[in-house]
Design a protein around this ligand. Sequence first.
Ligand code: EPU
Length: 420
Amino acid sequence: MDAFQIRGGRALRGEVTISGSKNAALPIMAAALLTREPCVIRRVPNLSDVQFMGDILRSLGAKVEFSGDTVTIEARDIQEFGDYELIRKMRASVCIMGPLLARLRRARVSLPGGCVIGARPIDLHLKGLRMLGAKFNIRGGYVVGSTPALSGAEVFLGGRVGPTVLGTANIMMAATLAQGVTIIESAACEPEVVDLAKFLTSMGARIQGAGSPTLTITGMPELRGAEHDVIPDRIEAATFAIAAAVTKGSLVLKGARADHMGAILDKLREAGVSIRRQGNDLAVERSRRRLRPVDITTQPYAGFPTDVQAQMMVLMLQVPGISVITERIFESRFMHVPELCRLGAQISIEGPSAIVKGGEPLSGAPVMASDLRASAALVLAGLAAEGVTTVKRVYHLDRGYERMDEKLRAVGARIERIPE
Ligand code: EPU
């Protein structure tokens, strides 16, 4: 296992190229199961989660070849039996279920393991697929699905806390090959869902309403191979924007899509961070003015994303005053709080809210990464802290940030990858 050793206190300056989006790439790779023809997907980030998805598709019989940031997937002859352990390790693998049911009328997916950011059930995925005509039972730790044929239906996908991102992806993919028309109400509107819809459309699918809560999908007898460029990762871009702000630096985020980052940029500006569009890039700078505390509540898109909650908390630690950060998407997504407190942060948790008392200097310490975005927050805190911070278990970061240490080093951070 690797750790990051960070000597904080240095302002970051320069340019960072934003990688393709992990959360768009994973379901798009699964969508290649919907056709026998080859699919070419570009701007795929080199991450362990993406490699996992490649291995899962291989275990189903697909040919998967990576070359630079391009992956070619040919799912000519596939079976519904994938590698149990691989599928169990990564929650995003649940989105092979819709394509397998649509293509083979059978699917077998191991139940996603317990996860530190909450229970993360898949009831809405199963509900939607049942409405299209699938039946499920649990056998030997697998969810086993089958159907004589999928047919279009009206599916309401709203859950306890709103829409589901991968659930919407799963039902949308299944519906592209179902007989007749499917209408998904309370669909997720995230840019990653829109990107998947764009890829499916270039495969020959008929989808209307992507990016809105109502999706209408007209099933086709078959889909063809297609090429696609994955959208830039808005969560990576937000993380680097906050890195500039917490180190009192300035960064140009090459290729960051401001139109996917409305709520994030709005909160950063409200806090006093300067953000300017420069052509296709975003220039982020911490202005000389004192920053202001802001309150944040995570919501489904276009609200403030849960995947940036932990990083934003680190920025609020720099700001004198009290800010309240409320997590509404996942019930236990404050694993970073006790670790931030080791660095001297003053944060208390009251129900779904973290009360952050900012303005006290952070001082480096050994900390432990728990999930992907919590780990990113610890790296940001290490960059802002005085002294040395060691972030252990950075394999969590490698799941979702492409070469984060190298990208940070290139803009002046003192960060080393060391064996733990
Ligand atoms: N939910 C249910 N039942 C379901 C599905 C979801 O109750 O069947 C609940 C969840 O427990 C949660 C809420 O609905 O409370 C929203 O979960 P959602 O299904 O939208 O999450 P997801 O699709 O599993 C994706 C991202 C996450 C991101 C969430 C929310 C991928 C691969 N993952 O997960 O990304 O936090 O949407 O935006 O796209 C990350 O990148 O660090 C990450 C965790």
